[in-house]
Design a protein around this ligand. Structure first.
Ligand code: AQP
Length: 333
């Protein structure tokens, strides 16, 4: 029996960081055993915000090296760059034409990201329709993402249903998979905002390429609060910093947050920070070490991308041809 299909992606808009690892990559590695997986580097999404072309190219290779270093097997999964399969942009346009302004205006990620821009590109606004195309092209069953992507996934489901109602069965309606822990790792400097790879404050984010000393320094400087109580309280903003450190530990070790809290009875924030740093160092070190060696062999990375693109394009074309026919486009003879 065919395995259910997974699609997920990360933007090469910066160096990949702890939130991408715990919210996405770590789960992708576990899911590859039981699913038919397509893992993409979504470079078309990255240009919804200004990018330096040289950096974007380098970040794309780095992203692939991180996927591999994290344990994603290129022989078992399709690993590719979004821009290598033009069907994404084509279906993206068709879905954009079926998306309502009101739906996109409600997107919290758009509100957050656009608030930080002087000139807002239209692509930042329509990005969720392109993301829907990424997923729907492959008749995806399941999309593993962090909590921040839930709203975009709901739009992808709505668009699949809308298109199916208008034109007949074209798309599978995908399910979202959000990990029970690690789904939202927060900034170390402003713990009510999510950790982000393009945060201008370098102390806010632990990158997967950070060395041990750098990680220790960032965690030691992590913002907590003026109290002294070590608790896990996701709904209490005052405790966001401490809760984040417990979440990070829980996501890496698999221990329950309450159990971690209990182990700190009578201890101080300093202990929590030192232990969290050690756990993060041990988690990231093997990924970083493998990643560096992989990045040095660009020829091999290019070969993996070429194989991935070929496999992705073939599958994507099957869906796209069906959609074009359903929409009334004349077939090219
Ligand atoms: N802080 C986070 N905690 C848990 N999961 C996270 N993800 C991102 N941030 C966190 C998950 O990582 C996957 C890829 O996300 P993305 O890079 O495509 O987009 P993003 O969410 O916009 O990430 P950034 O780091 O905030 O990007 P920039 O800084 O470039 O805007 C997704 O599954 C996401 O849920």
């Amino acid at each position: 029996m065919a395995k259910p299909i997974i699609f997920s992606g990360i933007q090469p808009s910066g160096r990949l960081m702890l939130g991408n690892y715990l919210g996405a990559l770590k789960n992708w590695v576990n899911l590859q055993k039981d699913y038919d997986c397509l893992y993409c580097l979504v470079d078309l999404h990255a240009i919804t915000l200004p990018q330096d072309p040289k950096e974007l190219r380098e970040r794309s290779y780095e992203g692939l090296a991180v996927y591999l270093a994290a344990g994603i097997d290129p022989a078992k999964n399709i690993l590719f760059l979004q821009s290598h399969a033009p069907q994404h942009a084509e279906l993206g346009w068709m879905l954009t034409c079926h998306t309502y302004m009101g739906e996109l205006s409600r997107m919290t990620q758009y509100k957050d990201k656009s608030a930080k821009q002087k000139n807002i590109g239209v692509g930042l606004f329509t990005y969720p329709s392109l993301m829907a195309a990424d997923i729907l092209l492959y008749q995806t069953n399941l999309v593993p993402v962090g909590q921040d992507q839930k709203q975009h996934l709901e739009l992808a489901r709505d668009l699949a249903q809308r298109m199916n109602n208008l034109y007949g069965p074209l798309f599978k309606v995908p399910e979202v998979y959000i990990p029970p822990v690690g789904a939202k790792i927060m900034s170390l400097q402003a713990p009510t905002a999510k950790m982000s790879k393009s945060d201008p404050d370098p102390n806010a984010t632990v990158f997967l390429s950070d060395g041990d000393k750098e990680i220790e320094k960032k965690l030691k400087r992590a913002v907590t609060d003026s109290g002294s109580e070590i608790v896990f309280a996701p709904d209490d903003e005052e405790k966001a910093g401490v809760t984040n450190l417990i979440s990070i530990q829980a996501a890496i070790t698999g221990r329950k947050p309450d159990e971690i809290v209990a182990s700190y009875a009578g201890k101080q924030y300093g202990h929590l920070k030192v232990d969290t740093a050690e756990i993060v160092v041990q988690c990231i070190k093997p990924v970083r070490e493998k990643y560096q060696a992989l990045l040095d062999d660009k020829g091999e990375l290019d070969r993996i991308l070429a194989r991935g693109a070929e496999a992705a394009r073939e599958r994507a074309e099957t869906t796209l041809a069906k959609v074009k026919d359903a929409l009334g486009f004349v077939a090219r003879h």
